[in-house]
Design a protein. Structure first.
Length: 472
């Protein structure tokens, strides 16, 4: 996806527009439509993360969850649930949506001991504006005063001030968990996180938290946003712009939206637009969605080696790279900063052949590449082509550095995928069709971030996997 940073998906859209216009006889209505297509494509890429965030906020603050309060997950995923794409079995989540329009809140964390955690805070545009955690602020108990962009008052003593660029913010807490038996201990830590309005600090009670013990069965937000036609999407974007502050780098995108009748705080009526403008906006939605799908599927420029891909290095800090921001919001909303956690994905073996559940593979870490260069821990997980975990009965779903994995006689580490290896060698089950592997590196060393570390090879071995691999 790094090529998106250099060229931008918007440029691809403009190239397609130029080719289309060259094949079509000129006319005033046609020119209007193509200009609306151009501006609509820019606006769609710009606004997709905001619309997705607002839909996610609505989905995740239904009772018992609420604004300005944590919702703690107390169960490791065993399947995909309804709404979870590539769920992690390494972390338990503590999520909170903040509305700072009525004043700041105090986000309190307990002492985490030696347990790795992240507490990234995202603005309404999906930029990470602060990332408290083991890497940055340490594990001792702390209190963060999260304020909106307009707040201007002295902070009480003992509070670390964190300013959000927007009044709507999302705290996506993640705490290391070393397997199912460790969940109760993490739950006791989650219970010590709190959110308290500044108006009640320090003696008033925090807002009550919710505890989630089963996967969410709410609406699929990506399907909801992708299913919006032009009228619904741009109406939702206009409503979001009336609620959420824009950023200094947004000028060009806002100018494009203004040319199709959308401006922050101004009323918007899609039906009042001219027929050519409506047609151009409708075409923009179709074209940009197709472009985002193709961009993510291609992985061009994101291959590290041996079939692995990593996300762009601007993840979580996008500036005016609206194309990258939109694709990430669509494929992995709530993404970490790469310095906190790097997720690499393999969809093919070292020869470039797609991974197939009928095959037998070995993920091999060379002795000189061990241990993986992380300051926290790492894991390897199998997902089907929809991002779901494999059924529990098909073999282990993931392995991690918590598992005390045995090394081979030559000092290498091999993880068998799709079929068991020798007794005692770690084995991951696979689905029936195509699948992918995700290698998560928590608090990676600089050698990962700058591409110097060699990712493990994914080697296909002769023979097919058994139809029903034994459970571990």
């Amino acid at each position: 996806m790094r090529w998106l940073r250099r060229a931008g998906l918007g440029l691809l859209v403009l190239v397609a527009l130029a080719a289309l216009a060259a094949m079509t006889p000129p006319g005033r209505a046609l020119i209007t439509e193509k200009r609306a297509l151009r501006d609509g494509a820019t606006g769609y890429l710009y606004g997709y993360p905001l619309v997705t965030m607002l839909e996610t906020q609505r989905a995740l603050t239904t009772p018992p969850a609420a604004l300005n309060a944590f919702a703690h997950t107390r169960k490791l995923p065993e399947d995909a649930g309804v709404n979870v794409v590539r769920p992690s079995r390494d972390l338990l989540y503590s999520s909170a949506w903040l509305d700072l329009s009525d004043g700041p809140v105090v986000v309190s964390q307990p002492d985490l001991g030696d347990r790795f955690f992240l507490l990234p805070m995202l603005d309404a545009w999906t930029n990470v504006f602060a990332s408290p955690g083991t890497r940055t602020t340490g594990n001792r108990a702390a209190n963060f005063l999260v304020v909106g962009p307009a707040w201007d008052a002295p902070a009480p003593p003992g509070l670390q001030v964190v300013r959000s660029p927007t009044d709507l913010a999302w705290v996506v807490g993640r705490i290391e968990v070393a397997g199912p038996d460790d969940v109760p201990a993490v739950g006791r830590l989650q219970d010590q996180f709190a959110i308290t309005p500044l108006s009640r600090w320090p003696d008033g009670p925090p807002n009550p938290a919710a505890v989630v013990t089963e996967p969410s069965s709410g609406p699929n937000v990506r399907a909801r946003v992708d299913g919006m036609d032009a009228a619904e999407f741009f109406t939702a974007l206009a409503a979001g712009l009336a609620r959420v502050q824009t950023l200094p780098q947004d000028g060009g995108a806002l100018a494009a939206l203004a040319r199709v009748g959308i401006a922050p705080g101004e009323p918007f009526d899609f039906d009042s637009l001219s027929a050519p403008v409506r047609a151009g906006l409708a075409d923009a939605v179709r074209r940009v969605q197709a472009g985002m799908t193709e961009a993510y599927a291609s992985g061009e420029g994101a291959t590290v080696g041996n079939g692995w891909r990593i996300p762009p290095d601007i993840l979580g800090d996008y500036g005016d790279e609206f194309a990258v921001r939109a694709v990430v919001a669509r494929e992995g909303l709530g993404a970490n900063l790469p310095a906190d956690a790097t997720y690499a994905t393999a969809v093919a073996d070292e020869t470039g052949t797609p991974l197939d559940g009928r095959g037998h593979y070995v993920v091999r870490f060379r002795p000189e590449d061990l241990p993986p260069p992380v300051r926290a821990f790492w894991s390897l997980t199998v997902y089907d082509d929809r991002g779901s975990l494999v059924p529990v009965g098909s073999g282990r779903q993931s392995v991690s550095s918590h598992d005390g994995l045995p090394l081979g006689p030559d000092g290498s580490l091999e993880v068998h995928v799709g079929a068991p290896g020798a007794t005692g060698v770690p084995f991951l089950g696979t689905p029936a069709g195509e699948f992918d592997l995700v290698l998560r590196l928590y608090w990676p060393e600089q050698t990962v971030l700058d591409g110097a570390w060699r990712f493990p090879s994914v080697q296909r071995r002769p023979g097919a996997a058994p139809t029903a691999p034994p459970s571990p």
